[in-house]
Ligand binder design. Sequence first.
Ligand SMILES: C[S@@+](CC[C@H](N)C(=O)[O-])C[C@H]1O[C@@H](n2cnc3c(N)ncnc32)[C@H](O)[C@@H]1O
Length: 226
Amino acid sequence: MFTSIARSYDRNNRIHSFGLDRCWRTRAVRLAKARPGDHVLDVACGTGDLSEAFARAGVSQVTGVDFTPAMIDLARAKAARFGGNTTTVPQYMVADAQELPFEDGLFQVVSIAFGLRNVQEPSRALNEFYRVLSPGGRLVILEFSEPENRFIRWGSRIWTDRIMPITATMIAGDRSGAYRYLPRSIATFADSQSLVSMMEGAGFQCMEPERLTLGICTIHVGCKPT
Ligand SMILES: C[S@@+](CC[C@H](N)C(=O)[O-])C[C@H]1O[C@@H](n2cnc3c(N)ncnc32)[C@H](O)[C@@H]1O
């Protein structure tokens, strides 16, 4: 499914979020409180937009992993063109969030944007994130959420359930049904309270979740105790 939408993935994101997806990722980087010497692991990195945002923020290393080779190919192609004011260029590899090929405590920040709800066993992935983080490390989860205000929720559902599946499918020329799956995956994924419980179950100390753009997205931050 992700292979079939990979080529038009960035264009669809920009169009259907009215360019806000970049602001959401920038906010996720801020909340991660990454420092210059940090090594960041961006899980389910897709085409690498969040990995690049971390690189631009000046951390020393960024590793992006995703289990769809087509996404990793696009991320690597973007990395080859990656410039800006930074010397950090993200490195990418194919890997499953539920079985990360890294030693314990290697990273100071782990991030996952619009990815956790797609992972088959999110709690297994959260355990892995905890394992590969160093003590004091931060986990940042950026995910779509259901707005609390019912009028905003109604508008957001019309956009996500009715309009976007048609326009995004046309732009992607997709036959896999990926953009019909997306609204279902948002509606059925854990709400904020359940996600906090899952994070705590994996050992994280959670901060107050931050809702973005009228609650369309939420950022959860968890710390691995020192
Ligand atoms: C909606 S995209 C998000 C991409 C990117 N993080 C972003 O912000 O645009 C979801 C990504 O999750 C990846 N994914 C889903 N399940 C995964 C898993 N178990 N392990 C690694 N990647 C996974 C998919 O291949 C896809 O690239």
